[in-house]
Design a binder for this molecule. Structure first.
Ligand SMILES: C[S@@+](CC[C@H](N)C(=O)[O-])C[C@H]1O[C@@H](n2cnc3c(N)ncnc32)[C@H](O)[C@@H]1O
Length: 239
């Protein structure tokens, strides 16, 4: 069954270009996943189509009303393995393992917040809260697109060679190794000789060592986790 993604958003036009471009556009055209956008504004019952209101207790900003969001989510089909995700800075951080888990679902419903966020009672609909990181954006559409992109990328057929998924950052608990292409020398910066040696064993060893070294330097937290999970034990001979 192709993954179905339902975006619940006040700004459906936001998604037009990202969903039509690049590998995601191709994956959707091939039916690897489907994406539908549902606008809570279409489910309002008052004549002004009001989707937000002032916060109880006072304070700045507006809050997204619960009724249009409930009605929008409840209008959607329910597939067997389904997650209803609220994008919020207060959620679980978006990581590669989380994307890998979500890529096994039949349906992901993503609720995009605005203003001060959604009425707390919307959490009654939600099975998972996800954050793009420790910062605050104006809207949930950008994190929803990031999540959608990262999940569809993992579905079989989206990325040409499945091997190119295996060697990316975070897949083996380490950052990726450095990449080079032609020309062999650019502004005095030469491509490392080993990469031009044709010695596949030496190239693999160099790349692995680069992965370890740059993870240790840039992300000591990841490096420690990798080591504790026995990363070094799994290294090939010669490392
Ligand atoms: C201005 S933010 C609301 C922030 C909220 N008052 C808070 O401080 O936690 C508006 C909306 O943008 C989205 N958003 C902003 N930053 C985000 C992040 N880091 N991760 C996920 N969603 C985010 C959420 O959907 C949120 O409801």
């Amino acid at each position: 069954m192709a993954l179905r993604i339902d975006l619940v958003s006040l700004f459906p036009d936001f998604f037009a270009s990202p969903l039509a471009s690049g590998l995601i556009g191709k994956a959707l055209a091939r039916g690897i996943a489907t994406v539908e956008v549902t606008n809570p504004r279409d489910f309002t019952t008052d004549k002004h189509h009001k989707v937000d209101d002032e916060p109880y207790g006072g304070g700045v900003g507006m809050v997204m009303k619960p009724e249009p969001i409930f009605a929008a989510v409840e209008s959607l089909p329910v597939l067997p393995k389904r997650q209803v995700i609220l994008l919020t800075p207060q959620g679980q951080p978006m990581t590669q393992p989380l994307l890998q888990t979500l890529a096994t679902y039949d349906q992901l419903v993503m609720i995009c917040g605005h203003y001060e966020g959604v009425d707390e009672r919307v959490l009654d609909l939600v099975t998972q809260e996800v954050s793009l990181g420790d910062f605050v954006l104006t809207c949930g559409e950008i994190p929803a697109l990031a999540l959608l992109n990262g999940v569809i990328r993992l579905l079989p057929g989206t990325v040409g060679k499945t091997d190119s998924l295996k060697y990316e950052s975070f897949e083996a608990g380490l950052l990726d190794y450095p990449h080079y292409t032609r020309p062999p020398e650019f502004r005095g910066m030469a491509v490392p000789a080993v990469l031009r040696s044709g010695d596949h064993g030496a190239i693999a060893a160099w790349r692995q060592q680069q992965q370890i070294q740059r993870t240790r330097q840039r992300r000591p937290d990841l490096y420690e986790q990798w080591r504790q999970q026995g990363g070094e034990v799994g290294l090939s001979a010669g490392e």
